[in-house]
Write a protein that binds this ligand. Structure first.
Ligand SMILES: [Zn+2]
Ligand SMILES: [Zn+2]
Length: 271
């Protein structure tokens, strides 16, 4: 990935925010976040170099260079304080006031065990950690030799975190599905049919739902474990940027929630 990928995400967020009123506010905020993430990514790239190295499978998170991230932290939190929704902005300002010792603790704890937080306050602090660590994780993944996969794993083969979404790409007469890691954005092949939550492969237990407003995104839900993910179908919209289109497809989350499914992994904005 190059920093151009961030530009692509920002442009797509701006495009979709003008098109979908139901997601306009969150996409506008995301565009600010992605632009700050691009800056972090560029800094990491400058400090660590553009070389691909071999890293043991699943161990990406054993590495964490805070000397690159900490100097970015104040500016990053300032951006969230300025553009974030009210409670999150407040949490970012509070965190900014706590200084580097608190930041080290937050970043190392979250990196060791990424999670979404149990209370609203916890979730807001974890959002800040995830948002600044994502470009670092993407840098590491992009600069690691791709792992050789003998099975189709349900968690990221590089960093061990759950997938955020699926992507369908045209291939031959049909489409091929991959999963995208919710932290380092690594993409790996996963069968066309099959629940990424529990591995269920029987079509009768797998439901697909598409909403009129966002036709390029679908919900794939599992009757067995009740988990769902959203999959972005690039054969329906070649301009889609999976991570951003997933975020924009809010009506699908509402549908899934109504049906009692739970999302396998929340996106950066907590949906
Ligand atoms: Zn990953
Ligand atoms: Zn399942």
């Amino acid at each position: 990935m190059t920093s151009g990928r961030w530009e692509e995400r920002i442009a797509r967020a701006q495009h979709l925010s003008a098109k979908h009123t139901f997601a306009a506010e969150l996409l506008k905020f995301y565009a600010h976040v992605a632009s700050a993430q691009k800056q972090v990514y560029t800094g990491v790239l400058a400090a660590c170099g553009d070389v691909r190295v071999r890293r043991p499978a699943g161990k990406l998170r054993e590495e964490l260079d805070l000397t690159i991230l900490l100097p970015e932290m104040r500016g990053f939190l300032g951006m969230i304080g300025q553009y974030g929704p009210t409670p999150l902005a407040g949490a970012a300002r509070e965190l900014a006031g706590q200084g580097s010792e608190a930041w080290v603790k937050l970043l190392t704890t979250w990196w060791a065990a990424p999670s979404d937080g149990n209370t609203a306050a916890d979730a807001q602090r974890k959002f800040c950690a995830r948002a600044i660590l994502t470009p670092y994780a993407e840098y590491l993944a992009e600069h690691t030799e791709p792992p050789v996969l003998e099975v189709m794993p349900r968690i990221c083969p590089l960093c061990g975190v759950r997938p955020l979404l699926g992507v369908l790409r045209p291939e031959g007469d049909g489409t091929r599905r991959t999963l995208v890691c919710s932290l380092c954005a690594t993409e790996w092949n996963y069968g066309r049919i099959g629940c990424p939550g529990c591995g269920e492969g029987s079509e009768t237990n797998l439901a697909v739902y598409i909403a009129e407003e966002v036709k390029q995104v679908r919900v794939e839900a599992c009757e067995k474990c009740r988990a769902y993910i959203k999959t972005v179908d690039l054969s329906k919209d070649g301009h889609a940027v999976p991570m951003v289109d997933e975020m924009a497809a809010v009506p699908l989350d509402l549908w899934a929630e109504q049906k009692g499914y739970r999302k396998l992994q929340a996106n950066l904005l907590g949906m």
